[in-house]
Each structure stands twice: as C-alpha cells, then as structure tokens.
Write a protein that binds this ligand. Structure first.
Ligand code: BT5
Length: 277
C-alpha cells in the first residue's frame, strides 16, 4: 500500500491552521489525524463554550454519522470530513435553512472546481441536503442543533468524497470527485474552497434580515435538481407521497404537487426523497 500512501497525502495542516488568507478570517480550524465523528467533537466543544467559527476537521473520520442514525463512511486518505460550529443570530425558526444553505454552498464550491472542464456530469443539490454529481451522491450534510450554556448552537457537518475509487464506494449511488474528473484532486484545496463558500453563504444569510429566506428559496431552487422532477417521499409514519416537486417555499420546505393538491414537506419530516423515473 506504499503507493497508495504516496498518492494520498495527508491534509496540509500548516496551510489550514496558520492565519490563512485563503480562508475568511473568522474561522479557527483544528485538524485531528483521526476522530470517530467531527460532529460529536464539535458538539462537545460547543457545550464547553467554543465560539462561532470553530472548525473541527478529521483527516480520517472512523465513525461518521448520517441522518436518522445512518452512517457516513470515509476510507482513510480519501475524504473531506469536518464540522463547523455556528452560533447564528437568525431566529431559530429560520434554522431549518441551515442544512439547505450548507448544501447550496458546497454545490457552489464544487461547481467552481469543475470550472470549464468538459465531459463531466453536472453538480447539483438534491433537496434537502445531498450534493450530487449526475445522479450519484458526492457529499452529505448533517446539521445538529445543540443546546449550550451560551444558547443554541448549530453543528454543521460535511462529508465530501474526494479520492475514493469505485471499489471503495460504500453504496452504488455514491461517487467521488476523482472518479468524475478522472484526475487527482487535492483534499486541502477542496476543504479551503468549501469552508470559504459556506462561511460566505452564512454571512450573507445572516446579513439578509427578514427577506433572507425568500431570496435564498429562489437561489436554492435554481440549484436544486429535485425541483421539476417526479419524486417519491418516504415519511416517518411509513406513508409515501409521490408527485412533482414544484419548488421550495420560504421555510425551505419542498412543495410536492400530488393528487391535485400541493403539499409542503419539511426536511426534518422525511426519511428519504428519491427521484422517480
Ligand atoms: C448524510 O446522511 O448524508 C449526512 C452525512 C454527514 C457526514 C458528515 S462527515 C463530518 C460530520 N461528522 C459526522 O459524524 N457526520 C458529518 P444521510 O442523508 O442519512 O445519508 C447517509 C447514507 O448515505 C448512508 O445510509 C449510505 O446509504 C450513504 N453513504 C454513506 N457513506 C457515504 C459516502 N461516503 N458517500 C455517499 N453516500 C454515502
């Protein structure tokens, strides 16, 4: 496996930790060689009083968490896995937007990485918070609300498949940046770009005042590959909703036109959303 190690260098800790002009200044990045889950560590740090802008990065995350007790797998040396601690000033009723905004920012950063490369499938965000290349998942997001002595905080966890080979993909509908681009991709570059995009997106959202959500709904819907498709939504009570996704409302809910009526579904209330056909 010597060749693998050479081909898979560790994250560049110096570049990430020193005052880095590439990173917006209000982020403090901590990089660990290995952690079970960056979300768990960031949540513990939030309860201890860590400030907004702390970023916990694992070079190798061994027990990543997904939504609803699902898992996130990341073979050593292949992934970007981090959690950003936010202490948003936006009212908590707007917080359902946080995972969507994160997906939107990751999507934007990956699209920029694509640049002008031809022949690669499109990047898009799948409501509520997966980032896809073509039909396959390249990034997952888990946002958790944490109650802390200093008030509620949000832990924004992001996992991105950078260097996984086909035989390392945990599920058939996954993909990685290197598979899609057919060239090596530097994990530190991806981390720096994605963190900057997320921070920028949140700063704009926080500054946006009362109209923040309506504006975001429009931009999000434009980047969202779910809108316009027929979808099957699995709900926690076992029922299934099938209809055409027509848009995103100001609360970040998916609007599904089914059986002659439009129903709004909240991200927190769905088990799975799948495109049909
Ligand atoms: C997610 O959950 O997609 C959220 C994943 C969040 C991971 C980050 S990594 C940093 C931070 N620290 C953590 O502990 N977690 C966060 P969900 O939508 O529930 O999707 C989970 C499902 O995606 C699994 O059940 C698998 O089917 C699939 N999956 C697992 N690993 C994957 C991978 N590397 N790539 C694509 N799909 C994967």
């Amino acid at each position: 496996m010597t060749s693998d190690r050479a081909a898979r260098p560790p994250l560049d800790k110096t570049r990430l930790k020193q005052a880095n002009p590439e990173l917006v200044p209000d982020l403090t990045v901590e990089v660990a060689d290995e952690l079970p889950s960056t979300n768990a560590v960031a949540a513990a740090r939030a309860r201890e009083g860590a400030p907004d802008g702390l970023v916990v990065v694992a070079d190798h995350q061994r027990a990543g968490r997904g939504r609803l007790d699902r898992t996130w797998e990341s073979p050593a040396g292949t992934s970007v896995t981090f959690s950003l601690l936010l202490r948003p000033t936006a009212p908590t009723r707007s917080w359902p937007w946080i995972p969507l905004l994160t997906g939107y920012a990751v999507d934007k950063a990956l699209k920029a990485l694509w640049g002008t490369e031809a022949g690669v499938p499109a990047v898009g965000v799948k409501w509520p918070n997966d980032v896809l290349i073509g039909e396959r998942k390249v990034a997952g997001i888990l946002v958790e609300r944490i109650d802390t002595p200093d008030g509620p905080a949000a832990v924004v966890g992001v996992g991105i498949n950078v260097g996984l080979r086909e035989d390392e993909l945990p599920v058939p509908h996954a993909t990685s940046l290197e598979i899609e681009l057919a060239r090596p991709v530097d994990r530190t570059d991806v981390l720096v770009d994605v963190l900057s995009a997320i921070r920028e997106a949140f700063d704009a959202w926080e500054a946006g005042g009362e109209s923040r959500n309506a504006r975001l709904a429009e931009s999000y819907a434009a980047a969202c590959v779910t809108v316009g498709r027929t979808v099957r939504v699995d709900l926690p009570d076992g029922s299934v909703l099938v209809g055409v996704a027509t848009g995103i409302d100001a609360d970040g809910q998916l609007l599904v036109d089914a059986d002659g009526g439009v129903r709004a579904v909240a991200a927190g209330d769905v088990v799975h959303v799948r495109a049909v056909g």
